[in-house]
Design a protein around this ligand. Sequence first.
Ligand code: FAD
Length: 401
Amino acid sequence: MTTDPAGASLDASALRRRVADFVAEHDPATTDQHTFLAARFDAGLAWVHFPEGEGGLGAPRALQPVVDEEFERLGFTPVGREGLVIGLGMAAPTILAFGTPEQRARYLKPLYTGEEIWCQLFSEPGAGSDLAALGTRAVREGDVWTVSGQKVWTSLAHRAQFAILVARTDPDVPKHKGITYFICDMNAEGVDVRALRQITGEAEFNEVYLDDVAIPDSQRVGGEGEGWRVAQTTLMNERVSIGGHPEPREGGLISVAAHLWRERPDVRTPGLHDQLMRLWVAAEAARLTKERLRQQLAIGQPGPEGSAAKYSFSRLNQEISGLELEMLGGEGLTYDDWTFRRPEGVEFSKRAPGFHYLRSKGNSIEGGTTEILRNIIAERVLGLPPEPRTDKDVAFKDLPK
Ligand SMILES: Cc1cc2nc3c(=O)[nH]c(=O)nc-3n(C[C@H](O)[C@H](O)[C@H](O)COP(=O)(O)OP(=O)(O)OC[C@H]3O[C@@H](n4cnc5c(N)ncnc54)[C@H](O)[C@@H]3O)c2cc1C
């Protein structure tokens, strides 16, 4: 990434002025959201730390929250962007860090405006937590790779135009070394997406079969065999984007439980009061920790601390949704809608307690399981001895399958 020397000298007040000028020219009340976002990208006010022409101004990364807050204050908060979580949260930072100039020019803008939805083809039936054990093969002939294999639990694959994909390109070296990272066109011949219905009744995710899918080498992100390193950037950003959203005090599921307590005297008992207080305090501590993490992130790369934020988010969601059921007794077991739907995102706030309880079970699995996050915190944050690994120096093809 190049840094524009002019951008590097921008400060918060200069950026606030730029946002004000921009909003004066593109009135959020009368400009449709897509046009507004496209113009915002062109003005370098999408991600200010990205280079000019790629949605940014080459300004210091720490100034992005200033721009977001100023847009919000002046009346513009984008809506209906749940389906963009993988594109914005994971694909964009990875393409920015490792993509070619052509890839950045092609993908970043439609990803930002929401014209193109992305999904993540990482997990496989035999390689979830142990992602480096993935078996999907990519074989190169000239400038084209042929990809075959199966991915699973792929959120949004039914809506996505593009996917970030990891595949094995060299089985003769140890498992972390023979992986390459690609951008896969989800409309390419040989990509077959099949819905998987979840415990909630909905199908947010899918199985994806890849049968001799041709991917041009120009769609490779990073070097051949460098996919593990590229994927680490995606995964660290994923944990932050799942666990690190800014939230108001008493935001998220704790607000549902607290409202219930205030509005329904019939559900109150001293025991439940103690539980609610304990969870309210834990939610507030987690919120403040996330806020500190968000500010640290604004000035650099996400680190393993994002795993702690994702871990506490999922633990709290499960405990709070359990408390909600306890408060409501039999009434809490009601479920609003069991229709087989294929939503774009997860909407907790408008759903019934039964949905909260069931959907939060997935929180401790998606984006890295709780056990794996504990391993990361133990090894990379606390510096505890690593788990014994016997497969580190063995060629992938020689590992027992
Ligand atoms: C709602 C939802 C959405 C998802 N969306 C996507 C998506 O869009 N794209 C995508 O690629 N994937 C997606 N996933 C998949 C998710 O990332 C994987 O399910 C997850 O990484 C776990 O892999 P696994 O299911 O194969 O479980 P396994 O890896 O088989 O793990 C089973 C259990 O063993 C534990 N375990 C495994 N290894 C260790 C270890 N070394 N130490 C301690 N415990 C261990 C795990 O923590 C877990 O409890 C999604 C999952 C869910 C639930």
